[in-house]
Design a protein around this ligand. Structure first.
Ligand code: WTA
Length: 632
């Protein structure tokens, strides 16, 4: 990490929250609240959980049988009761829950009362198709409120949802549906990007044609363009199902440790991991982090630009904000269409107070110039969130100055699919250091250690670990408990290994530097090197492939692939295009390599493992490091 020095130089300046924001902060004294959460977790979490509705109170806050945790043991609840019914009981029936907009300004608003009704109807609809508690339902939907209704309807009946990002293609979708053995798939005819319709239904059809366990596909026919004949016993209309089902439904009583959802995420092997989250702990921590990190008040208007296909969408478009009864903006489309000021136009239009996005988007929008955001009234903004990858100080400052206009605070939130909720950040009441995520949130005990698990002194690069269980931690990897256990066994000391490199400074601020393992971060999306490699190998001409990440100013990393062709094939521009097309089909556009280089062979260890590290060092003109294990 040769540029660490430079980064440290740039982040010397400390930014204090403006007085008016500080005054409004729900958490005024981070230090003492944090201390309590660590010294007296039982009492701390009991107090937080008591702010939510439980059909039956828990007996014990935590049962820790390394590496398996149970939180709020024997507590009974339903997360949707807290997301919906509880808000209505608090007088929010007519409060807008979602403003779901597309790129063209078409909007759909749903109040808490309306959302509850829609969710109940779909819950009844799912039941009528034979879905019950514990069954899996895959959701392959555009980033619209219909996707949210689908997720909540599952949670209402106790079915486990598995949302698949609608940018993934049929190979990736099939793998996920198959692994979860989903009984039902919920999809739409299309999603929209840059004004174009991107079909979804045909992809689902291809993905499931030989998966007999998929009993039904529920299709949201957005423009009512499907012929009557396209519906059948198997293919059911989303709108009809909602229309013809009862608006009343008693939420299933769920044990705190019953599964809530599976979300697949990239690991170091070709097959993604099905990260499993359970009801109680996930609910309590997404509730608390949303409230404290984004300082949610009764009149807050909140916008997270993520997609429901990722964990950020799950925790911070759906569950966390709903648990806090807030008004949520969500958008289908890209940040630059129909013009690169569309996000700021919507911030202005909806008077957004909390805006949460990824550094890759900030870096991209920066390029269009300061004049673009300057055209809009962004004075409603109070909190600007960042997530998904390290935010470089330059982007941090641009966000702070040109979007927040120096009157909003930036919260850089570090967390993962596995952690379920924010883990490290700088709360809005607390002084921020650009480029450093900040301090641990409540109940989180991080450390920076070497490979043997020894704590490292300040400003030394090491592995980020978490030393104690936390409520929203993953409980297992679906069907692969050994992969779950690996997180806790990777580094000695019974600690959770995050797979990230980080440093901590004298003041206890943590700076995340990037992944320590073979996982890429492309435009904030997590993609495994091995996933891309196995997609490339599906092309009939390819014998072997190795994929590396190269630093990229906007996307964080870009993908370069080294490809060895089979006998009888010669490198050509057509082959490059064909291989890219293969990756697009197997995984989706986000995983397509930017560069493909044909080589005669790949550097390998004597045991046959491809040394991506060597390829990367060569590509970037760096020292090769230890190559003693290299084959030749
Ligand atoms: C990276 C996304 C630096 C990190 C919520 C982590 C970050 C991976 C930050 C998880 C941040 C996330 N600063 N890096 N604020 N937030 N990351 O599972 O490498 O899609 O391990 O979850 O994103 O990605 P995931």
């Amino acid at each position: 990490m040769e540029n660490l020095e430079q980064v440290h130089l740039q982040v010397k300046e400390i930014f204090y929250p403006p007085e008016d924001i500080k005054k409004e902060c729900i958490v005024q004294d981070y230090e003492s609240m944090y201390k309590k959460s660590i010294e007296n977790p039982e009492e701390f979490w009991s107090e937080v959980a008591s702010q939510l509705h439980w059909f039956q109170k828990w007996d014990k806050v935590l049962e820790w049988n390394f590496p398996y945790a149970k939180w709020f043991v024997n507590g009974k609840t339903n997360i949707t009761y807290n997301c919906l019914d509880a808000n209505i009981e608090k007088g929010r029936r007519n409060k807008v829950a979602y403003i779901s907009v597309d790129e063209e300004g078409n909007e759909k608003k749903l109040t808490y009362g309306e959302l509850l009704e829609q969710v109940n109807r779909l819950a009844n609809g799912l039941k009528s198709l034979g879905v019950s508690k514990g069954d899996r339902v895959s959701i392959y939907m555009p980033n619209t409120v219909e996707a949210v209704i689908s997720m909540l309807a599952c949670a209402r009946i106790g079915a486990i949802h598995s949302v698949v990002f609608a940018g993934f293609s049929e190979g990736a979708l099939k793998l996920r549906i198959n692994d979860a053995k989903a009984k039902v798939v919920i999809t739409a005819t299309y999603t929209k990007r840059r004004g174009k319709k991107i079909p979804l239904l045909p992809i689902v059809k291809e993905a499931i044609y030989d998966l007999d366990f998929v009993k039904n596909v529920i299709v949201w026919d957005r423009d009512r363009e499907l012929e009557e004949s396209e519906f059948s016993k198997k293919f059911v209309s989303f709108e009809e199902l909602i229309k013809t089902s009862s608006p009343y439904f008693n939420p299933e009583v769920m044990d705190s440790e019953d599964p809530l959802f599976i979300l697949y995420t990239s690991g170091t092997t070709g097959k993604p991991k099905g990260v499993l989250h359970t009801v109680g702990g996930y609910m309590v921590n997404t509730y608390l982090t949303t409230k404290t990190v984004f300082n949610i008040k009764e009149d807050t208007v909140y916008w997270c630009t993520a997609d429901i296909g990722w964990i950020t969408g799950h925790s911070y478009i759906v569950y966390g904000p709903l648990l806090n009864g807030t008004t949520i903006v969500m958008m289908e489309g890209v940040p630059v269409y129909p013009h690169p000021g569309i996000w700021w136009e919507y911030v202005d239009k909806y008077r957004v107070n909390v805006f949460y996005t990824a550094p890759t988007a900030i870096r991209m929008l920066m390029r269009f110039g300061d004049e673009i955001p300057a055209k809009y009234d962004l004075s409603s903004l109070k909190i600007l969130g960042s997530v998904g990858e390290p935010i470089n100080p330059e982007a941090w400052l641009w966000y702070y100055k040109n979007i927040g206009r120096g009157k909003a605070v930036v919260v850089d939130t570090w967390w993962q699919t596995e952690t379920g909720a924010h883990m490290i950040t700088t709360l809005p009441c607390y002084p921020a250091k650009p480029g450093k995520a900040g301090k641990p949130l409540f109940g989180v005990v991080p450390d920076i250690v070497d490979k043997e698990g020894n704590s490292l002194p300040p400003n030394t690069i090491g592995h980020l670990v978490i030393k104690k269980p936390w409520p929203s931690m993953l409980r297992t990897c679906w069907g692969e408990p050994e992969r779950y256990e690996k997180y806790w066994k990777e580094i000695p000391g019974n600690v959770y290994s995050a797979g990230d490199l980080a440093t901590i400074d004298e003041d206890g601020y943590i700076m995340i530097l990037g992944r320590a393992d073979d996982v890429l971060s492309v435009a904030g999306h997590r993609i495994g090197n091995a996933e891309v490699e196995s997609a490339i190998i599906e092309h009939p001409a390819v014998a072997e492939a190795a994929v590396i990440g190269k630093p990229n100013e906007i996307k964080g990393e870009s993908i370069k692939a080294f490809v060895v062709l089979k006998e009888g094939y010669t490198p050509s521009a057509e082959l490059v295009e064909e291989i890219k097309e293969t990756v697009k089909e197997v995984l989706g556009a986000i995983a397509v390599p930017d560069e493909i280089e044909f080589v005669d062979k790949l550097p390998k260890t004597r045991s046959g493992k491809i040394m991506r590290r060597v390829l990367r060092a060569k590509e970037l003109g760096q020292e090769l490091g230890d190559i003693s294990t290299l084959e030749d």
